[in-house]
Ligand binder design. Structure first.
Ligand SMILES: C[S@@+](CC[C@H](N)C(=O)[O-])C[C@H]1O[C@@H](n2cnc3c(N)ncnc32)[C@H](O)[C@@H]1O
Length: 230
């Protein structure tokens, strides 16, 4: 597998979740018509799913390479804010026997605003499309469950690895999840996420490794791998 299979709807969601997937042509159209008209109208016409599938695959493979040395076969994963799930499809194909729980939101904000989201009201996903993506790209329905953050009781089991790329503590405060995470973490659970305040997490966890630094982006975030709540 060297690309992801996407229809137009999935390609549009992927572009909302990952701005680096926007081609120069799409960027020009967005600049010309503004974000609202672009998201709700023009992106439906001009998007190229095959091109987005290739780029999304490459971007997710690079992300996985930043922490694949921490992962193993037969692990139980929790993914918070996975987007359409490309990272998890790759983990599933490289590390056999893994199971996944996804927690996501099931709506796209009317006018998507990126950045810090004080009340955690911003969302850009569709749980049916997340399910479609996983099945289309080789996952088996028995290997995963999807939970709607706003409606479902969240899964209460111990996870080996918890991932949240550019979601938890990048767009909304870690405190929204801290009580829940304490219940589903064992002494060995690894939590990997992106944050703009890595230093703060030395007071939350006993072990904090910095595994990636994004100094070129506006937000200057770090990706950290943490273990053991204090
Ligand atoms: C910037 S996207 C990142 C998607 C993906 N992790 C990636 O790296 O491509 C942030 C994702 O977090 C989701 N999200 C927002 N609030 C959430 C919450 N409280 N719980 C779970 N997911 C959430 C959004 O719907 C969106 O899919």
């Amino acid at each position: 597998m060297k690309t992801f299979q996407l229809g137009k709807d999935l390609a549009r969601l992927a572009v909302l979740q990952r701005s680096e997937l926007t081609s120069p042509k799409l960027k020009k159209i967005r600049k010309l018509f503004g974000r609202y008209l672009f998201t709700n109208f023009f992106s439906k016409i001009f998007i190229n799913p095959a091109e987005i599938g290739d780029t999304y695959y490459r971007v997710m493979k690079n992300e996985l390479d930043t922490f694949s040395n921490y992962l193993n076969k037969n692990q139980n994963y929790l993914s918070i804010g996975s987007g359409i799930g490309g990272l998890e499809v790759l983990i599933h194909s490289y590390f056999k026997g893994c199971k996944f729980s996804f927690i996501e939101k099931n709506y796209v904000s009317k006018k998507v605003k990126y950045g810090w989201d004080e009340k955690n009201l911003e969302a850009y996903n569709n749980i049916n499309l997340l399910d479609t993506f996983l099945l289309k790209n080789g996952m088996d329905s028995k290997d995963y469950d999807i939970y709607d953050y706003d409606k479902d009781i969240l899964p209460l089991q111990k996870f080996d690895v918890i991932t949240s790329l550019y979601s938890l503590d990048y767009h909304y405060d870690f405190s929204f999840y801290i009580d829940y995470l304490k219940k589903v973490c064992s002494e060995d659970t690894l939590i990997i996420f992106d944050t703009i305040r890595a230093e703060y997490f030395y007071s939350v966890f006993q072990n904090v490794d910095i595994i990636k630094e994004d100094s070129n982006t506006v937000h200057k975030s770090k990706r950290i791998a943490c273990k053991k709540f204090k």
